[in-house]
Design a protein around this ligand. Sequence first.
Ligand SMILES: *Cc1c(COP(=O)(O)O)cnc(C)c1O
Length: 403
Amino acid sequence: MTLDWISPADRLRSLPPYVFARLDELKARAREQGLDLIDLGMGNPDGSAPQPVIDSAIAALRNPANHGYPPFEGTANFRRAIADWYLRCYDVPLDSDSEALPLLGSKEGLTHLALAYINPGDLILVPSPAYPPHFRGPLIAGARIHSLILKPENDWLIDLSAIPDEVAREAKILYFNYPSNPTGATAPREFYEEVVAFARHYQILLVHDLCYAELAFDGYQPTSLLEIPGAKEIGVEFHTLSKTYNMAGWRVGFVVGNRHIIQGLRTLKTNLDYGIFSALQTAAETALNLPDSYVQAVQLRYQQRRDFLAQGLTELGWNITKPKATMYLWVQCPPGQSSTDFALSVLQQTGVVLTPGNAFGTGGEGYVRISLIAECDRLGEALRRFKQAGIYYKTEALAAPAD
Ligand SMILES: *Cc1c(COP(=O)(O)O)cnc(C)c1O
C-alpha cells in the first residue's frame, strides 16, 4: 500500500536517483538464477579486522564501564590516539580535545558537517565524479551545487582556474578527496598549496577526505591537507578505519582540523547521537597503534591485486591506468557505450559486478569503477569470463584502424 496523504520532505526529493538500485535488482535476479557473482562493485574491503583489534574489542566488551553511553565528544584515549597518529604520520600536532572528533564512520561526519554549515541556497563546490556523500550531504542540506568537472587530461585534478570568479566569491565550502574514490588519482603537494591559497583568498571552508591515507603503493605517501601551512585555519580532514583496517562494519572514523568547524559539528551531533560504542573506541586505538608492518602488508595485498588485474585487462586490450593509491581501477567504457549500459552488459554476460561511473556524478559518465576487493584467483576468474565473452577486447579490435 502506498501512502498518498504524506510525502517525504523536499530534502529527500532533492536527491538524484540512486544508480545502484537497478544494479542491485539485477544482482538479486542473477543470484536467484544461481549465477556465481563476482562483486567488484562496492568499496567494501573483503578481509577481517586485524586480530589485535578484535582481541582489544573483546577485552573492552568484558568491562562494564564501557557499557553505558559513551562521552559525546568521544573517549579521551581515542582522541589522544588520533593526535599521536597524526604527529607520527604527518608531523602535524593536534590538540586532541578541540581538533579531533571521532565519528560513526566518516560518511556520517561528512553528511552532518553539511547540515551543520550549509543553509538552503548556499553555493557549494563539489568535484564530479565524487564520493556520493560529498554531494548528497550538501543536497540534503538544500545547497546549490557547482560541479567541478574532472578530466583525464588534467589527471583528474580540480582545475581551480576554471572556477569563475563570481562562483568562487559566493562559494562557502569546497569538498575534495585525494587519493580519489572513484578515479584513483593522487594530488601532488603543490596542488594542496594552490587549494589552500584559493580557499584563503575566497574564504572557503575546505573539506578534505583522506580516507585512502594508507592505501598507497610503490612507496607513494599521500599528503595531508593539514601539512600545508595555514590549512588548519580554513580546513578539516576526514579519515576512516573502514578501509585500511577492514573495519567498514564497525563504523569508526574521525575528523581533524579547525576547532571552530569541529565545534559546530560536535554541537549538531550532540543533538543526534552518542557517538561510537566505547569498547569499539578502545579497539580503534589499538588499530591506530598497530606496527607499520600491518599497513605494509595491506598495501602489498592491494598492490598485487592492482598489478594482476591491470596486466590481465591490458592483455585483453583494455586501456588501463595503474593508480598509485586507493583500491580501485577507473576504466573507460568501450566507445559509444554509457557507464550504465556497459556495467549492465558486463553483469549480464559474465556475472562480474562493476560500478557505473555516473553513480559518482555526471563527470563519471563513460567510465566504470572496479574495486580490488577479491583475491587474485577470483580476479583471474573475472578475467577468464571477460575473455570468453569477448568483452571490450572485441570492441577494441574492431575499432582498430585497418591498414
Ligand atoms: C569508503 C570511503 C569512506 C569511508 O566511509 P566510512 O563511513 O568511514 O566507512 C569515506 N570517504 C571515501 C572517499 C570513501 O571511499
